[in-house]
Design a protein around this ligand. Structure first.
Ligand code: RFL
Ligand code: PHB
Length: 389
């Protein structure tokens, strides 16, 4: 088998790259370890930056998102009983799109099917070879048969646990990491969202987030211990804890119901440098992880794809390698700015075990400053809606 760009991982990053390259006549094969049903069962991101929305449109996959997604002009932040609004539209004339990662991935698979693009599922033992030559290849097994995929380039879009990052020699790879001592317990429920825009809440009992997928589908999170287990949380216990962390006016109008999904996500910040090794390019969670507080994981995967797509088009259309040669540098410059925002927002909104009275006062003062200061709100709005590519 041969293709121009072998893409490892059929998550949103890999599929978006495949569809963008297809729009410019560049051939790709996507190798995915899991079944399509499994990929589509993962409940993850919900908030898309303007840049992401633009990329979906460029890939010819924006129709359903534009019809069914919700444009949000701002977001709410709560601190105890106080709540204030940051109005992106008024401050910088931008917004975000609320449309689930599951739907994004579903739309990308549908587009891939419609153009006859190859996605091979249930690929085992994916291994990358000869990355420092101009004839790299990937070997894998599917249904007990061994295969070799020859290509010009490999895009490592295989998430945090995939093999691509490990293919960069340990002597070259530099990894930066911060693991937080807590996770997010999240539930999805067929209930009307408590608010028309998201609420990020800092409370003495820990962080909480009220989000949504549509007018009848809510997504809520509460900060929990890093070692906690989903089995420890009945639906009633979840709703009780959420109520306690929200301003009472919000808690009083919360509509509860059975959860249809419940999971715990650990929180970490992680960056691997460089994001390119020879003919391998890392993108998305394969190269970096952000804590979900700023809603940046999927969005940062998309900005990587923007730089990689443009570099590859420049290479194939003009024979110029400048874009791919500068890929790692350009992608990492933006990655670190989103890391900073996600880390700062995580620090601002969560209860940390080592926090003392002084730290609490600083957190409250930071939130008060944000509430009162237009320049601080403008900076928040610029980061939340997405630093331009
Ligand atoms: P993915 O989605 O992990 O996809 C990688 C794919 O690679 C496959 N794979 C392999 N394939 C072949 N061979 C192998 N050996 C392989 N190993 C793995 C996997 O099966 C998978 O299909 O990475 P990608 O495409 O880089 O996308 C990244 C996003 O999924 C992630 O950053 C976001 O979900 C993070 N995130 C959020 N991001 C946002 O931008 N906004 C949000 O609101 C947001 N909320 C969240 C989130 C992540 C969460 N969790 C569960 C971690 C909320 C949560 C709770
Ligand atoms: C979500 O809806 O899943 C979501 C929204 C905002 C975040 C993280 C997750 O910051």
């Amino acid at each position: 088998m041969r293709t121009q760009v072998a893409i490892i991982g059929g998550g949103p990053a890999g599929l978006l790259l495949a569809q963008l390259l297809h729009s410019r006549g560049i051939d790709t094969v996507v190798l995915e370890r899991r079944s399509r049903a499994h990929v589509l069962s993962r409940i993850r991101a919900g908030v898309l930056e303007t840049g992401f929305v633009g990329l979906m449109e460029q890939a010819g996959v924006g129709q359903r998102m534009q019809a069914e997604g919700y444009l949000h002009d701002g977001t709410h932040l709560a601190c105890g009983e106080d709540m204030f609004h940051i109005d992106f539209a008024k401050l910088i004339n931008r917004h975000v799109m609320v449309y689930g990662q599951t739907e994004v991935t579903r739309d990308l698979y549908a587009a891939r099917d419609a153009c006859g693009g190859k996605v091979l599922h249930d690929c085992e033992g994916v291994t990358l070879h000869d990355l420092e030559t101009d004839a790299p290849f990937v070997t894998f097994e599917q249904n007990g048969t061994s295969h070799q995929l020859n290509c010009d380039f490999i895009a490592g879009c295989d998430g945090f646990h995939g093999p691509s990052r490990q293919s960069i020699p340990a002597t070259v790879r530099r990894e930066y990491e911060r693991v937080y001592p807590f996770g997010w317990l999240g539930i999805l429920s067929h209930t009307p969202p408590v608010n028309d825009e998201l609420i990020y809440a800092n409370s003495a009992r820990g962080f909480a987030l009220c989000s949504m997928r549509n007018a009848q589908l809510s997504r809520y999170y509460v900060q929990c211990d890093a070692q906690d287990k989903v089995e420890n949380w009945s639906d009633d216990a979840f709703w009780d804890e959420l109520r306690r962390r929200l301003p009472s006016a919000v808690a009083d109008r919360l509509v509860t119901g059975p959860s249809i999904e419940k999971s715990i996500a650990p929180l970490r910040s992680f960056v691997c440098e460089p994001m390119r090794w020879g003919r391998l390019f890392l993108a998305g969670d394969a190269a970096h992880i952000v804590p979900p507080t700023g809603a940046k994981g999927l969005n940062t995967a998309a900005s990587d794809i923007h730089y990689l797509f443009n570099g590859l088009v420049q290479y194939y259309a003009e024979g110029c390698a400048e874009g791919i040669d500068r890929y790692s540098e350009k992608a990492l410059a933006r990655v670190w700015k989103t890391q900073r925002f996600s880390w700062q927002l995580t620090r601002l909104l969560h209860a940390f075990p080592e926090q003392d009275a002084f730290d609490h006062k600083i957190q409250a003062a930071e939130l008060a400053f944000l509430r009162e200061n237009t320049a601080a709100q403008t900076a928040f709005a610029e980061c939340y809606t997405g630093i331009p590519y």
